[in-house]
Structure formats: structure tokens, C-alpha cells
Design a protein around this ligand. Structure first.
Ligand SMILES: [Mg+2]
Length: 217
């Protein structure tokens, strides 16, 4: 049975809506995850645009099995507040955008880690509502949009999530951003209809010009 996602704690106004992923977007993920791995005799090698197959034992360089990767990710998310920090200019840029828009975080992390993530976000003045679900993101964004005639923006590092939102909320502006430069250089092209942001100030310019077009309607 799929999990039930409650939106009760999300209050939206008639302002534009920004739905924003967390890992690799608002918080650094790959860099602190690599530091975490190195602290336990592992490493993350930037050989291709994926985790599995690139997490190795430092002793022999052999890639660890999927079950071990899952365990390492679980431990990392449990300890995330010891490792993860905001991506460059994410806090300041979101603070500025939130003056003119409603902001909701939508993270694909297992919901059991939401409490520690909430604490970590609050510690960095990222007080926006948080939805943690492993369900596809498109239906959630559609539910948040809820037929209101406001500009909607969705920001994520993973194309699968951007494509999911495109198919459920087709008038949503899609923005691709990724904190880690090494892995970003190996990322697939986002393709037509997805804006690619170099960094948070660039993302803000893309988003603000979308809002300005919305005001002209
Ligand atoms: Mg992400």
C-alpha cells in the first residue's frame, strides 16, 4: 500500500508556489556523503552519474554491494545533521524568493528521517514546510498546485523527478540545479523544457522572470 502523504501542515496563499527538492539542491548531499564514507573506510568515486557501483572500499577499491550501499545511505540520513550543510547561497536566495512566493520542500528521503531533517533545516533558517515521501513527485506537485491559477516552479537535481512533475503539472516551470560540480559535469542533458541553473543566483533569475511573465497574464 502506498503511504498517505498529509499536506495538513502546508498553508498556501495566492502567491506563486515554489516546490523545491533538498538533497544536492538546498543541502549538499554528495560532498558530505563522500566525507561520511571516507570516515568509515569507504569512498565515493566520480566515475559516472550514479551512486551504485561508485561506492568502494578504500582498502581494495572494490565496489560495495547494493545492500551495503542502502545501509550506508540509511546510516548517513540518520546522522545527516552531523554532515550536511546548505548549498552555496541556497539559504539567502530562498529567503529572498520567499518574500514573493510560497515555498515548500519536497524530499524523496524516507519519511522516518523527516524529524532530524526538520531540525537540521530549522538550524539553518530554512523554516519552510517539508514533505518527505518516496512516492513520485509529480502527483504531489499537482496536489499542491490544486487548480490555483498561480505560477508554479519545481526545482530538483534528478531528471526523473523533473519529468514526473512535467507529466502531472505541465505548466510548471522546471529548474535543474545540482550542487556538486564533479557529478554535475557528468549529468545527462536536461533536455527541452527544463531550465538548467548554474547556481542559486542563476536559478533565482530564471524563477523571477517566470513570475514576471505570470503577472502579465
Ligand atoms: Mg535531490
Amino acid at each position: 500500500m502506498s503511504e498517505i502523504l498529509t499536506l495538513d501542515h502546508v498553508t498556501l496563499t495566492d502567491r506563486p508556489l515554489i516546490v523545491c527538492d533538498i538533497d544536492e539542491v538546498v543541502l549538499e548531499f554528495l560532498t558530505p556523503f563522500r566525507n561520511f564514507l571516507r570516515s568509515s573506510g569507504h569512498d565515493l568515486l566520480a566515475r559516472s552519474f550514479r551512486l551504485h557501483g561508485n561506492i568502494v572500499l578504500r582498502a581494495d577499491g572494490v565496489a560495495v554491494e547494493k545492500a551495503a550501499v542502502d545501509n550506508l545511505l540509511e546510516e548517513f540520513f540518520t546522522l545527516q545533521d552531523k554532515w550536511q550543510t546548505p548549498a552555496t547561497l541556497a539559504v539567502e536566495t530562498l529567503e529572498s524568493l520567499a518574500e514573493d512566493a510560497d515555498l515548500v520542500f519536497l524530499t524523496a528521503m524516507p519519511p522516518r528521517h523527516a524529524v532530524v531533517r526538520r531540525t537540521l533545516l530549522d538550524h539553518h533558517r530554512l523554516h519552510y514546510p517539508l514533505l518527505a515521501t518516496e512516492e513520485p513527485k509529480g502527483p504531489v506537485v499537482k496536489q499542491l498546485q490544486d487548480a490555483r491559477d498561480v505560477p508554479v516552479v519545481f526545482i530538483d537535481d534528478i531528471l526523473r523527478n523533473l519529468h514526473s512533475v512535467r507529466s502531472h503539472a505541465p505548466d510548471c516551470l522546471l529548474v535543474n540545479i545540482m550542487a556538486n560540480a564533479e557529478f554535475r559535469a557528468m549529468a545527462p542533458e536536461p533536455g527541452e523544457g527544463i531550465a538548467s541553473a548554474e547556481d542559486w543566483p542563476h536559478a533565482a533569475r530564471i524563477i523571477r522572470s517566470h513570475f514576471a511573465r505570470g503577472n502579465d497574464r
